[in-house]
Design a protein around this ligand. Structure first.
Ligand code: HEM
Length: 619
């Protein structure tokens, strides 16, 4: 349809004439007043059209005063060079669109059949929408485990994506000489807008290079203050709970403590102190001074989408999007943490460079550049704080809600304290490692709630890989990504027993009289639970720091405080999205008194009687 007004007629008149030259039939109308159907020759001359159109216009203007629009509706098209080329263009575009659709369908069918030997959710073979919905559900742990339980230890969760809960396959993919490599999934772990980091490098050589230069720093060999740093922050955390959150019913003081917050504050201050010699100050302020935890919750949507459509991470290169990403000049959130880390890194360079024997110092000694350090310290903070906080709060939750376990643990540790084998005010790391029941409780806490639930997907080599699924050999073509179902692996009854979903540290204990079979069972559990920290060339570099924090903080918290969840029906809110987000984990903390038999006798002034509530059978 062409619209022209009579007022603008000289130019539009000519356009109209040009247009009509390619028409056989045209309807010329002016509102509802006039409507002319023109029957034209196959190639009407300009003179003929000018006269015809001029006559129609004059007549219409006479009728309606000349201020109306003309609508020219082309009903039958034919002939004309320009029109013909337009037609050719349209049909080319249509053919292209059809071609693209056909290619897409062929590719989708090929992709589907490439992994059709593996079971999985029906739609997962065709699109990534099922995976996106699962990621967004906040319970990937349960959904992935359901898939592995239903369709086998390695099953399909996306068009070119499998998931495994098989420890054997996980070890094989992560082993030092494995032909599997990191999959594109890892690109989603790029935190810094410009730089990759040890966790996000997909290029194997770059990853191996940075890992070899960072490992000595993490090993603690060049940082002699790590244990003291952990102790200092632990004492601050215990003092914070004691001074602000302990309830004292005898004085009429009733309070609650959000364990999810204080444990995060503790691990964030530990990791910043260990990493660059200065804690962020979460514990001092009893607050999130950078808005860091809140910003993690805000980034949740991005984490979910990037985890499925990793190619979107390329959008970060677009200047407009880059400008909206966290940057070191931000006042709050991840950007503020980047700024803090950047300042700490800056100190180590230049003429008056600060020299310290800490993790950062070790990295500088290994030749990491200022840019690399800014990116790596940020990674260290995110990788090392939330994971350890999750392990700590969940272990405390399970022990404090299982009275026989808590009593047994406290009795064992108190006996060691009384025998002078445990340092005060904070247990030493090596002492904690000697306490089997404490170790059993920590392993059980990690197993029940593995802190890393992300896919950490590795990719099959070019020629593909044979994968055994519950005794049946299957083939995954090259490029297939195989994600990790850590929850399913840690809750596997075949490894951990029929009660794998229950917190029972006793499953780890061996005695001198244990049979070989028992020893094998516990060995197998140990080999599997240790995978919580990854394995081989991708294994966690901060494992030493994390276990030190847990060895100390679990028992020192329980020795001082009696913890009781405010709600047993819903002790906390959680979202499991690759890492574990727990909020509103309210507990009543009271000072733990160590009662002796004599104390019980004099308790409450010797009065230990309580009148019973009137019962239904009473008169
Ligand atoms: C309970 C606490 C922790 C758990 C369960 C844990 C678990 C893991 C896992 C599963 C991986 C990745 C494996 C993979 O890519 O396949 C990893 C990597 C890593 N973790 Fe941890 N982690 C914890 C604490 C820490 C701490 C405290 C730090 C820092 C001090 C840290 C630093 C790292 C680093 C740097 C890597 C990357 C290693 C590499 O790519 O070569 N982690 N961790």
């Amino acid at each position: 349809m062409v619209i022209i007004t009579p007022a603008a007629s000289p130019k539009h008149h000519m356009e109209l004439v040009q247009t009509m030259k390619h028409l056989r039939t045209a309807v010329v109308s002016c509102g509802t007043f006039t409507r002319h159907r023109l029957q034209l020759d196959s190639e009407p001359s300009s003179a003929h059209l000018t006269t015809t159109f001029g006559a129609i216009r004059d007549r219409t203007n006479r009728l309606v005063g000349g201020a109306f629009k003309f609508h020219i509706c082309c009903s039958t098209l034919e002939g004309g060079g320009a029109l013909r080329s337009k037609l050719v263009m349209y049909s080319a575009a249509l053919s292209l669109a059809i071609g693209v659709v056909v290619l897409y369908v062929v590719r989708a069918v090929r992709t589907y059949y490439a992994l059709s030997q593996f079971g999985g959710h029906g739609s997962a073979g065709w699109s990534r929408l099922w995976l996106l919905r699962t990621q967004g559900s906040g319970e990937i742990n349960k959904r992935f485990t359901k898939i592995n339980n239903q369709y086998g230890s390695t099953a399909r969760i996306g068009p070119e994506m499998l998931i495994t809960s098989d420890p054997e396959l996980f070890r094989r993919m992560n082993a030092v000489r494995s032909s599997f490599t990191r999959g594109p999934w890892y690109k989603a772990l790029k935190l810094h807008p410009e730089r990759d980091n040890i966790i996000s490098y997909v290029d194997e050589r770059k990853h191996a290079d940075i890992r070899s230069r960072m490992a000595p720093g993490y090993s603690g060999k060049e940082n002699h203050h790590t244990e003291q740093d952990v102790d200092d922050q632990l004492l601050k955390y215990l003092e914070l709970v004691n001074s602000k959150y302990v309830s004292k019913p005898e004085d009429g003081i009733f309070r609650t403590v959000d364990l999810s917050r204080v444990t995060s504050f503790f691990t964030l201050d530990v990791i910043s102190k260990v990493a660059f010699g200065q804690p962020f100050g979460f514990l001092d302020k009893d607050d999130d001074p950078f808005g860091y935890l809140a910003s993690l919750a805000e980034m949740l949507l991005a984490v979910i989408v990037f985890g499925v459509y990793t190619e979107i991470t390329n959008l970060m290169k677009i200047p407009l999007i880059k400008a909206a990403l966290p940057k070191s000049t931000d006042k709050r959130g991840l950007g503020r943490v980047m700024g803090f880390a950047g300042d700490m890194v800056q100190e180590r360079f230049g003429q008056d460079a600060v020299v310290r024997q800490d993790v950062l110092g070790a990295f500088v000694n290994r030749g990491l550049t200022q840019g690399e350090l800014e990116s790596e310290t940020l990674t260290q903070i995110t990788a090392g704080s939330d994971s350890t906080a999750s392990a700590l709060r969940m272990t405390l939750h399970f022990i404090s809600t299982s009275p026989p376990i808590q009593d047994r643990l406290l009795a064992k540790v108190r006996a060691e304290i009384e025998a002078g084998r445990i340092s005060r005010p904070i247990i030493k790391d090596f002492e904690a490692r000697q306490l089997p029941y404490l170790q059993a409780c920590i392993k059980e806490g990690l197993r029940m709630y593995p802190p890393v639930t992300g896919l950490m997907a590795k990719m099959a080599p070019e020629g593909g890989a044979e994968i055994e699924v519950d005794g049946v050999e299957k083939f995954a073509p090259g490029g297939t990504q195989v994600g990790w179902n850590s929850w399913g692996m840690m809750h596997d009854p075949a490894v951990f027993g029929a009660d794998a979903d229950i917190f029972r540290p006793e499953r780890w204990l061996l005695s001198r009289n244990s049979s070989d079979q028992e020893c094998d069972r516990v060995n197998r559990m140990n080999e599997t639970a240790t995978l919580c920290f990854g394995y081989g060339r991708f294994g966690c570099l901060g494992r030493g720091v994390a276990t030190m924090e847990l060895n100390k903080a679990v028992i020192e918290t329980l020795l001082r405080f009696n913890l009781q969840p405010c709600s047993l029906a819903k002790p906390f809110n959680e979202k499991i999205v690759g890492f574990n987000i727990h909020t509103d984990m309210y507990f009543v903390a009271t000072e733990r008194k160590h009662f002796t038999k004599a104390d019980f006798a004099t308790l409450n002034g010797g009065n230990i009687d309580a009148g019973a509530i009137a019962g239904a059978y009473e008169a």
